[in-house]
Design a protein around this ligand. Sequence first.
Ligand code: BAL
Ligand code: ZN
Length: 871
Amino acid sequence: PTTIYLKDYRPPEYLIDRVDLTFELGEEETRVRSVLQIRENPAAEVSGVLRLHGEQLELIALSLDGRPLQATEYQVDDEGLTIQQMPAQCILESDVRILPQKNTALEGLYKSGTMFCTQCEAEGFRKITWFLDRPDVMSRFTTTIRADRIRYPVLLSNGNPLNEIQTDDGMHQITWEDPFPKPAYLFALVAGDLRSIEASHTTPSGRDVALKIYVEPENIDKCDHAMASLKHAMAWDERCYGREYDLDIYMVVAVNDFNMGAMENKGLNIFNSKYVLASPETATDRDFQGIESVIAHEYFHNWTGNRITCRDWFQLSLKEGLTVFRDQEFSADMGSRGVKRIEDVRLLRAHQFAEDASPMAHPVRPDSYMEINNFYTVTVYEKGAEVVRMQANLLGSDLYRKGTDLYFERFDGQAVTTDDFVQCMAEVSGRDFSQFKRWYSQAGTPELKISSDFQPEQQRYTLTVAQHCPATPGQPDKAAFLIPFAVGLLDKNGNEMPLQLQGEAEAITGTRMLEVSERRQQFTFIGINERPVPALLRGFSAPVKVQYDYSDEELMFLMAAEPDGFCRWDAAQTLAQRILLKRVATPDAEIPAGFVEAFRKALTDRESDQALLAEVLTLPSESYLGDQMKEVDVEGIHRSRESLKRHLALTLKDELLSLYHDNYSADGYAPDAVSIGRRSLRNLALSYLIQLDDPAVLQLCIDQFRAGQNMTDVLAALSLVADKDVPEAEQLLEQFYQQWKNDPLVMDKWFTLQALANRPDTLSRVENLMKHPAFSLANPNKVRSLIGAFCSGNAVGFHAADGSGYQFLGDRVLELDGMNPQVASRMVRIMARWQRYDKQRQQMMKAQLERILKTEGISRDVFEIASKSLE
Ligand code: BAL
Ligand code: ZN
């Protein structure tokens, strides 16, 4: 496969102003007729040769300005169509045959169950018709869909519906027109027997927008939360960014077979049903929150992605980083802000820091790729969001808003770059952002080494900050980053101390945003009359690792007194991590009594945000602990974590039980922040108590399962029981299956639960479950919930010393690659971090990667990940 480089970017030689598409959807094949209005791009050097993208298209007819083209006038190959002698402008018409029913890659037009749907980002439109399938070619689309009236009563595309025609042959056709020019990756089509719920929203300028959510008939009662989320998102974007919606109709369609979470097609979002469907009986709190955030994310794309899109795919974070930042802030406003930040940081540290430390490390704006689908990564999305957040941190909220206002005004209707975005921030603030832009071009997670020095006679306190960023592939040396570094200083009573840097006229109280721009820098605070405890990186103001030599006592103090939720949680994590890692090496190393006391304090705290307490009381995950070790000790970490949980459960049994009972609520289910917090805390208490192997606790779980109040509680109880070697485990799993076997999303949970079970026979159970009638390798959600969950969520099972987990994954990757390369490539990525393990495991993982690479005909997707992993 060839590598594509950012430095090779050239503007398109031709533009396509209008596209007229006609689809005839059939049970064997689909015909796509396209009429393109093409002209030379005045801003480019034109060669006279037109090269259109197109894959897996069977040509039926091709004509230029009404004249059929002779075979000598064009060439078709595996990747496109070339026309040698192009006029300066013309109408190009084509008629192609495609086979959506055979499309298992779920890219382009395909069938999910009985419905037709599309996924065109990044480069799927070329599997529908010949086109300039690149985001800097923006066209006005008109789409006519013709299909059987009974099978496909609902026919949808982008924009507004124009007319419906019924014909005598049992068919009907509808034409849609999208007035906004858009790149082809935002094209969408849906056809099926769907039901919808409808609501309306009036924008500040008085536009009435019809909101419709389409689902398969049996799911019509599970759309209310998605609809409520959409309305909240629209109001939030109007208020916080001054952005309103621009068409008369906004549609969301839920489909079962979908590679990603959802897709922001103009006016017609297509969603993985996981991010639409919810009822208290079938969806967990996490699901409810996921729906709220993904619905908002796709809606926010209408401005950050659609109205203003990316010039090329290297700029993917222009829309994704910004839109993730927007959805994070939306969720923070809708729920518990502190907890949302902790969740985001936990995800970033667990996945993005790990990616940055792996052979797959790449900058937020990559320089090259083989397969763009491989770059929908946590780096482009989540680190990209942090990079936007840092700009907001540096500017403050008013200037940041001025910056985004300028961005929308200046670039509306254009395809632009991350530099264009940053330029707006630079202009409104009058600041130079050239150093800041290294966050886009340099990969790797910077590390800040901090030391402090208190000089009582001078009443001075100095923080010395040294930054360093490890080498990443192709980038051995990094230039210094500009890092917004939020700090506070607490006195012995836990009060904020006034902060006045040397040379400044006044002190401020609260958080100070320091700017670290050099490799080594000192910040001296004056008027400090006692040794403070520093709270570092408040709000996680930059995506960096901080090293500061806190004493255990200082960490316990922060756990109890620090006002910033992130720092409070982080103190608890750091302390727990210290103990856990020490006990990996020395299993009977002492557990400091102070730590248990700090836990007790948090367990009995009925004043603080309960959701925040649940975070503080959650031990760092096994995979995160592994990341902190030179060489991951899979079993040692597992043992250490289990034994600390058991120790806490033994010592704090009464407190845990009270917490469990005090947080019971007989009220109906509501996914609000307070109720979610109570449920998390209660279920967390149960997860500690189960370590006691006490029949009374097992009974609590069984009772909670049987009470069946909501899926959050049912699943929490079931997962604890399923881990145990008790007869009830099988009984409850079977009961759950019988109750939910017709609900695919609940079945996903059933698969995951068993894949994560901490039992010696889990792999063979997973293998058996692959043969279960509810499982299908063709459905990405099933693959992720069973195979993905086992390989990336069950460290002890997957990394079994005999290599059986690796062999299993190697087999699955090869099996999947022939069907769906995008999903296969996500799976093979799990082995990209093989260097982190011991020699034997390294050898076995490498052997699987080599075996995959040697297999003939593997996809570009899998080739890129497997080969880069071995470099
Ligand atoms: N654009 C792909 C799906 C998403 O990020 O919204
Ligand atoms: Zn997105």
